[in-house]
Structures are given as structure tokens and as C-alpha cells.
Design a protein around this ligand. Structure first.
Ligand code: SAH
Length: 223
């Protein structure tokens, strides 16, 4: 086993299993996704640390436990079609690629979108497509989705995302104005017009910037 594989196993055991992540498919996805390939080269030795790490353009790759929590809450099945908002490094999209049939991930920063796409292609994840654009609008050409994950926090759950859920679909999104007051919200579309909402606890994400998110200036202030 190489150095990273050992660190990865330890991360899965200490940070995920011991904190209650029990979904075997989620744990297996973490085993198959090399996090060291998604962090900046100078951060590689920290790849399996229990924290978010800075990536390009003032953004972050989320803490592994938080990603695991979101993936578990989304209850992704092998035949699911999934949309992610906030590709960032591409790490959570790679995990999704191991869990779902088809994944679209959107990123507003062109540079991050290109890097995420390159890493995902290197890993041979042909079922994951990286799109550059405002993810708060969703991706109508591929809707409806069985699961939608937002990895950036907006003022409210974006309405277009709710409407692009399939019946029975799950939307996991952090909501809150600043990093100290965000909550992770799970929305389930029970029928065409009936949505349930559940608060999964406090989280801390970078701002969701877009038509149904924050304005650019607020995001600049928070970074
Ligand atoms: N899932 C990522 C985490 C990236 S942080 C990973 O595993 O690395 C959140 C990302 O959301 C940032 O890259 C940010 O640029 C992006 N983002 C913010 N608002 C967005 C929007 N409206 N549409 C698409 N991406 C957005």
C-alpha cells in the first residue's frame, strides 16, 4: 500500500466510520477517490487531514466528513442521475461518479472547471460531466435529477433546483448568510407540489454566487 492509500484508509476509519458514516457504498467511494490528486500540489501532504483545504480562486475543497455526510443524506442509488453545484476541485464529483449512474457538476470559475474536468478525465470517470456556469439555475437539459448537492452556501435553497428534482428526489444544500450561521438543509420532493425540509445541522461553506444565490460583491467581501 502506498503512503496515500494508508492515509486514505485511516481517514475513512477515524474521520468517517467512527463518526457514524455507515453507508458502505459511500465508504467504498472514498476508498476509490484519491483526494491527494484534487488538492493543490503544495497541500498534498495534508490531503487526508480532517479539514477543508484552500484551492484556486479563494475556494475550498470540503472536509471529508462533511462530504460524506452530504453523500449519505442524499441516499444515492446506482441508477441515479445527480447534479452538483460547485465542482471546485472535482473531488466530490469524483465520489459521486462512483455512486451514481450519471453526474453533472457545475462551476462558476472557468479555471476551476477546467482543472476539475482534467482530473476527472485522468481518473477515467466517463459518467461525470463538468459544466461551467451558474449552478443556481440548475441544468435544465438534464433535469429531473434524483439528487442535487450544493457545495456552496446561499441565502435560501435556490428555487430552480427544487423544481429540477424528480419526484422522490433529494436536494442537499447549505443555507445561510455567513460562515457562522449556515445550516445543511435536506429538501425532498414528495409530490410535484409537496416538498419536505429537514435541518441536518450546522456547516461552513464558501458563498453560492449567482442569480439565485448571493451577489458577486457579497462573495468578494466574504473571501
Ligand atoms: N465540491 C467541491 C467544493 C468546492 S467549494 C470540492 O469537492 O472541491 C464550492 C464551489 O462552488 C467553489 O468552487 C465556487 O466557485 C463554486 N460556486 C459558487 N457559486 C456557484 C454557482 N452559482 N454555480 C456554480 N458554482 C458555484
Amino acid at each position: 500500500m502506498d503512503e496515500y492509500a494508508r492515509a486514505r484508509e485511516q481517514m475513512i476509519e477515524e474521520q468517517l466510520q467512527k463518526r457514524g458514516i455507515v453507508d458502505v457504498r459511500v465508504l467504498e467511494a472514498f476508498r476509490r477517490a484519491p483526494r491527494e490528486r484534487f488538492v493543490d500540489p503544495e497541500q498534498q501532504s495534508l490531503a487526508y487531514c480532517d479539514r477543508a483545504l484552500p484551492i484556486m480562486d479563494g475556494q475550498t475543497i470540503s472536509q471529508p466528513y462533511v462530504v460524506a455526510l452530504m453523500l449519505s443524506a442524499a441516499a444515492i442509488e446506482p441508477r441515479d442521475r445527480v447534479l452538483e453545484i460547485g465542482a471546485g476541485s472535482g473531488y466530490s464529483a469524483a465520489l459521486l461518479g462512483h455512486l451514481a449512474q450519471r453526474v453533472w457538476t457545475m462551476e462558476r470559475h472557468g479555471r476551476l472547471a477546467r482543472f476539475a474536468g482534467a482530473r476527472i478525465a485522468e481518473l477515467g470517470l466517463a459518467n461525470v460531466t463538468v459544466l461551467r456556469g451558474d449552478g443556481t439555475l440548475g441544468w435544465p437539459p438534464a433535469a429531473p435529477f434524483d439528487a442535487i448537492l450544493a457545495t456552496a452556501s446561499g441565502p435560501a435553497v435556490p428555487e430552480p433546483l427544487r423544481l429540477q428534482l424528480a419526484i422522490g428526489g433529494r436536494l442537499i444544500a447549505p443555507v445561510g448568510a455567513d460562515q457562522s450561521s449556515q445550516r445543511l438543509i435536506r429538501t425532498v420532493r414528495r409530490t410535484a407540489s409537496d416538498f419536505s425540509e429537514e435541518d441536518l445541522g450546522p456547516v461552513s461553506f464558501v458563498p453560492l454566487v449567482g442569480a439565485h444565490g448571493f451577489a458577486e460583491t457579497i462573495a468578494a467581501r466574504d473571501q
